[in-house]
Design a protein around this ligand. Structure first.
Ligand code: PLP
Length: 454
């Protein structure tokens, strides 16, 4: 049966048997699922035959674009050689070792040991267990609380949901565990009235100090933040924010965790968001771009100092069957090698990143329903506003974001909607011509949305 003949049975079977993440099942009472069947470069094709510009690189992850033969070959070779072996109990495989060695050369200075997991969520569960273990080894077992941020996103397991600051996720199933706290996000546009961005950056960082003092530094294990908050709407902090956070963590002896799951592997124009913001993390979870999403793999990087304590702490009672799956490690290695060979990070930093930002800045400056452009490199957020001058954001009942997202999809562009902002994170291999196409289509989506409210 051809793809086009298949599609109706896929639509029916999906509705009959498949539960989708982050989805209201009632949507399928009126609509059918969109089935994506193929990808090449920055484009994907659906079962209806539409060629769609994937402005989200899947879920912020297909950094080297679709269909890269090098990654396919790496998986194929490794599967033929050794499809699986584990890293428990003194074993390893060559690709696990070589990937750890490679990661030590590209991660920020000081990060030099790596623990493997399969997803960003598992990486963050690893962070929680290891941080508490780290303090316990040092005779400080009360240092257990994690401080994250409102609208932070760190994954969907029970612990990662608690780390994150998404109220809707906490509410589902009463998922907020004890010993997780959240402070304000550093979003000047919505929260910084009357302050310069620099003043506001210090204020948002002071919320961490206040929270530590409220809880008692002896009870706090770590602060966790994404260098740029991704799923919370691509919120890039003012320049004063991260240096002040770093200072506060040091002053109160709190571990600093930079969640690099979105920002890592070139997204912000450097290998890591921590490089872009000069953050010196103690622990660094990463996933997504590590394999460009070709295969599930994640890792947590540890600083020399943190690892030296863990190394003295005895048995590490933690691990996943697929920690360092040899096929996933082979694909991740091939992905990093390809990024280095093609100078992809430099291209984002020096060429396509600035070009993308310039195009979107023009849109933000001139479009009546865009309030601000956020982000860095090839990750961007466009805030939708009904009153540009007074910075009045559309309400979720008005649903401008959803309307805009639908118009974009109708014009074969995938952008995502977060809290009445349109966000984008295209493959890092996007060319200038493809950026032009992206911007034209995004403008059509915005124009039609503006007309809807006009
Ligand atoms: N951390 C951040 C910053 C993320 O954006 C995500 C996913 O979007 C995660 C963690 C969770 O990763 P995963 O979905 O692979 O569990």
């Amino acid at each position: 049966m051809s793809e086009l003949q298949n599609k109706n049975s896929w639509y029916d079977a999906d509705k009959a048997h498949h539960i989708h993440p982050f989805m209201d099942p009632k949507y399928f009472d009126k609509n059918h699922v969109r089935v994506i069947t193929r990808g090449e470069g920055v484009y994907i094709w659906d079962a209806e035959g539409n060629k769609i510009l994937d402005g989200m690189a899947g879920l912020w992850c297909v950094n080297v674009g679709y269909g890269r033969q090098e990654l396919i070959d790496a998986a194929n070779e490794q599967m033929k050689n050794l499809a699986y072996y584990n890293s428990f109990f003194q074993s390893s495989t060559p690709t696990q070792i070589e990937l750890a060695e490679k990661l030590a050369t590209i991660t920020p200075q000081g990060i030099d040991h790596f623990f493997y997991a399969n997803s960003g969520s598992e990486a963050n569960d690893t962070v929680i267990r290891m941080a508490r273990h780290y303090w316990s080894i040092q005779g400080k077992p009360t240092k257990r609380i994690f401080i994250g941020r409102h609208l932070g996103y760190h994954g969907s397991t029970l612990a990662a949901t608690s780390l994150g600051g998404m109220k809707g996720m906490h509410d589902m199933g009463g998922s907020l565990l004890p010993e997780f706290e959240h402070i304000m996000q550093p979003h000047w546009y919505t929260l910084g009235a009357g302050l310069t961005p620099e003043e506001f950056g210090l204020k948002a960082a002071k919320a961490l100090e206040d929270k530590i003092l409220e809880l008692g530094a002896d009870n706090v294990a770590a602060f966790i933040g994404e260098p740029i908050q991704g799923a919370g709407g691509v919120i890039d902090p003012p320049s004063t924010y991260w240096p002040e956070i770093q200072r506060i963590c040091k002053k109160y002896n709190i571990l600093l965790v930079a969640d690099e799951v979105i920002c890592g592997f070139g997204r912000t124009g450097n290998w890591f968001g921590s490089d872009t913001y000069n953050i010196k993390p103690d622990m660094m979870p990463m996933a997504k771009g590590l394999s460009s999403g070709y295969i599930p793999i994640a890792a947590v990087g540890f600083s020399k100092e943190v690892y030296s304590v863990l190394a003295e702490g005895g048995h590490i009672a933690h691990g996943y069957t697929y920690s360092g799956h040899p096929v996933a490690c082979a694909v991740a290695l091939a992905n990093i090698n390809l990024m280095e060979r093609d100078g992809i990070v430099e291209m984002v930093r020096d060429d396509t990143g600035p070009y993308f930002r310039k195009s979107l800045q023009q849109l933000a400056d001139t479009h009546p329903i865009v309030g601000e452009l956020r982000g860095a490199g090839l990750v961007a957020g466009l805030q939708l506003v009904k009153d540009k001058e007074n910075k009045t954001i559309f309400t979720s009942e008005e649903g401008a974001g959803l309307i805009c997202r639908e118009h974009c999809i109708q014009h074969n562009l995938i952008m995502r909607m977060v809290d009445q902002a349109m966000v984008a994170s295209p493959p890092l291999t996007i060319t200038r011509d493809e950026i032009d196409e992206f911007t034209e289509k995004a403008k059509i989506g915005l124009d039609l949305t503006a007309q809807h409210f006009g």
